[in-house]
Design a protein around this ligand. Structure first.
Ligand SMILES: Cc1ncc(COP(=O)(O)O)c(C=O)c1O
Ligand SMILES: [Zn+2]
Length: 443
């Protein structure tokens, strides 16, 4: 039995709507993960710490995001559950820089945040799951539930089982089979909901209520935001600055929400920091935020534009990870994007395999489908003139191909079926280059 720590001075949660203070996560879960005063589900964690200490942390070499323990909402290090996640390499990808130079005359830096190298499940979602499971261990939560299109649930299923927490997972019916299998293999409960992600969330919420089980509150969940904000600390540590442009495939948008939070947290020590221009990418298979943004742009962003967005029922997409047809966080994201002078852009799903093949060929990194969306976004951003000379771009890729064999299999292009040695000749890797670029750039 974990004793409840009644008084702690490390952190507190503050409601973003009314400012109400919740003293700790025990209380936060007791009050149903919302503000008891105004009912808002969005509170942010703040720390009674001096950020000078962070400057020192930026000088050493961490092996996980737990390096930033003083700025994470956990009280005891012994509760940490980690598989070396976060603090992943940010790489400079020269082939993209060269492309920008040769085709658009731009001298830019292209940095790629390699979330596929996370130690837990190799996606975006490992840091949040690591922080959540550690907090649950500390505050003694034994049951949890989550609705997810795949990657979040896989990460939570794994880390929560390491913390001995039972996790009920609600997935839409078109979930990738490998995600379902992975979650099930840990012994966590999968509920496959006949319907889309919105329906999975609906049933999960009803189940949570019925059984009094806490449920992940999604993209504004303070636990997820606190984990992901460390991305900003890592940029400062690894490249010594913030990017001018941030590109990410967006589903619900924890990424940009957390980047904004991380930067606001650092204002005390680095007053000059500001948000990068957020360039958020969706595919033509599920693009409610892009549609909303295009409408707002066409009408010169009228008052309240952020509240006007479409809902796509049962989106048909080859990237189920990003299939949020009902983008409830759009009002938050749209404001952030507008204030940053960023935009939402659409990429075509038919370009994802060509971009995946090209990236694997040029960089020897095979992207998963959602990462191919993000990388395609860079090509579209360049074509649309969204990146200026001298700028630094951060491309935040979320996953490798392991979870999506159907995607990976489409990358086969050098195979020749043979019966006899006379059918076999040595090849030149370079011979493939032109065609691979043509497939990306041609319509
Ligand atoms: C690989 C990958 N990329 C992008 C996203 C979108 O993340 P966000 O919650 O920031 O929209 C997800 C999550 O759904 C993901 O798993
Ligand atoms: Zn409130």
């Amino acid at each position: 039995m974990t004793l409840r720590i009644k008084i702690q001075k490390k952190y507190y949660l503050k409601c973003t709507e009314c400012g109400h203070i919740t003293p700790d996560f025990w209380t936060w879960f007791d009050q149903d993960q919302k503000c008891p005063k105004c009912g808002s589900k969005r509170s942010e964690v703040w720390y009674n710490r001096r950020y000078k200490r962070l400057l020192r942390l930026l000088k050493s070499s961490p092996d996980s995001f737990w390096h930033y323990f003083p700025f994470l909402p956990l009280l005891r290090r012994r509760h940490i559950i980690s598989r070396k996640e976060g603090a992943i390499p940010v790489e400079r990808w020269g082939f993209l820089e060269k492309f920008a130079k040769d085709n658009f005359g731009l001298d830019i830096e292209v940095h790629v945040c390699r979330n596929d190298l996370n130690g837990g499940t190799g996606t975006f979602k490992d840091i949040a799951a690591s922080l959540a499971s550690s907090i649950f261990k500390e505050i003694n939560i034994k049951q949890y539930c989550i609705a997810s299109t795949g990657n979040s649930a896989t990460a939570y299923a794994k880390y929560l089982s390491m913390a001995n927490v039972n996790c009920s997972v609600f997935m839409p019916e078109d979930v990738i089979k490998t995600s379902e299998a992975t979650i099930s293999s840990y012994g966590q409960q999968v509920f496959k909901v006949m319907g889309d992600y919105a329906k999975a969330k609906e049933i999960a919420a009803a189940y949570a209520k019925l059984h009094h089980i806490p449920m992940s509150t999604g993209n504004i969940d303070p636990i997820r935001v606190e984990a992901k904000k460390t991305m900003v600390f890592e940029w400062l540590r690894q490249i010594g600055k913030l990017p001018d442009v941030y590109i990410q495939a967006v589903s619900g948008g924890t990424g940009p929400i957390a980047v904004d939070k991380g930067i606001r947290e650092l204002k005390g020590v680095f007053p000059e920091l500001k948000n990068p221009r957020f360039v958020l990418v969706q595919t033509d298979g599920c693009d409610p935020m892009v549609r909303a943004w295009e409408k707002a742009e066409a009408t010169a962003f009228p008052d309240g534009f952020e509240k006007d967005y479409p809902i796509i029922n049962n989106p048909r997409t080859i990237v189920p990870t990003l299939a949020t047809g009902n983008p409830a966080t759009y009002p938050i994201l749209a404001k952030l994007v507008k204030e940053s002078n960023g935009t939402f852009i659409r990429v075509r799903e038919k370009k994802l395999i060509p971009v995946g093949k090209l990236t694997a060929y040029e960089q020897k990194v095979v992207p998963g489908p959602a990462s191919a969306v993000c990388l395609s976004g860079l090509f579209v951003a360049l074509r649309k003139g969204l990146i200026k000379n001298g700028e630094t771009v951060m491309v935040n890729t979320g996953e490798g191909p392991n979870r999506a064999p159907y995607f990976l299999e489409q990358m086969i292009y050098t195979t020749r079926e043979v019966n006899h040695v006379d059918d076999c000749e040595p090849h030149e890797i370079d011979d493939y280059r032109d065609q691979l670029w043509r497939d990306v750039l041609n319509d």
